[in-house]
Ligand binder design. Structure first.
Ligand code: ITT
Length: 204
């Protein structure tokens, strides 16, 4: 059975394929290259639904979308839904994380806490018209803190500056230094997917 993943971010496609293969190897995750919707929601859930609805309507397939970001406690949850564009309009991952490190330059531990958040929307088209669909959203949160300097070349986005809490005591590795397997077993996206699994059973 095919399910379309409504993202233009190739890293998300790779991570979803690995995560889905662990629990639902029967699902074939297909990419989406249709129109890119305007993400003008103010929450992760709104933006994830905006993306999944467009892909479901465009393909007629059940659609998944992830809207995600990093939420820094001392910044009141920012960058949050603005994570992709934190340093401007160019979706420049390096500029984004450098700006964030600058903004936190005076903040000492233990106040550098942050979480990665992933909200996954599932939109299942149903018989009864092009606009008829059932919709679900789930959230995964991965707590940690911001490193002082970027390190590691793995992953994408803010991975080189995010130090998850769930690692052996004393370990200080950023997600940029984790393997893809380690990240996909622990991440916000993997946690959201755990909550999604029972809902996937509703796909007819
Ligand atoms: P799509 O909307 O096409 O899915 P996108 O990259 O623009 O792709 P978002 O709007 O959800 O996706 O923005 C999420 C941003 O949050 C992303 O660009 C990264 O900067 C950051 N982010 C999300 N998940 C991340 C992760 O696992 N590791 C590092 N940074 C992440």
């Amino acid at each position: 059975r095919r399910i379309v993943l409504a993202t233009h971010n190739p890293h998300k496609v790779e991570e979803f394929r690995a995560i889905v293969a662990q629990t639902r190897p029967d699902l074939e995750v297909v990419g989406y290259d249709g129109p890119e919707p305007v993400e003008d929601g103010v929450t992760f859930a709104e933006n994830a639904l905006i993306k999944a609805r467009v892909a479901a309507a465009h393909t007629g397939l059940p659609a998944l979308a992830d809207d995600s970001g990093i939420c820094v406690d001392v910044l009141g949850g920012s960058p949050g839904v603005f994570s992709a564009y934190w340093a401007g309009h160019a979706k420049d991952a390096r500029a984004n994380l450098e700006l964030l490190l600058d903004q936190l330059s005076d903040v000492q531990d233990p106040h550098r806490t942050a979480s990665f958040v992933s909200t996954i929307a599932l939109v299942i088209p149903v018989d009864g018209g092009p606009d008829a669909a059932t919709e679900h959203t789930v959230e995964g949160r991965w707590p940690g803190r911001l490193a002082r300097v970027a390190s590691g070349a793995g992953g994408f986005g803010y991975d080189p500056v995010f130090v998850p809490d769930d690692q052996p005591a004393g370990a200080e590795r950023t997600v940029g230094e984790w393997s893809a397997e380690e990240k996909n077993a622990a991440s916000h996206r993997a946690r959201a997917f755990v909550a999604l699994v029972p809902l996937l059973a509703r796909i007819p």
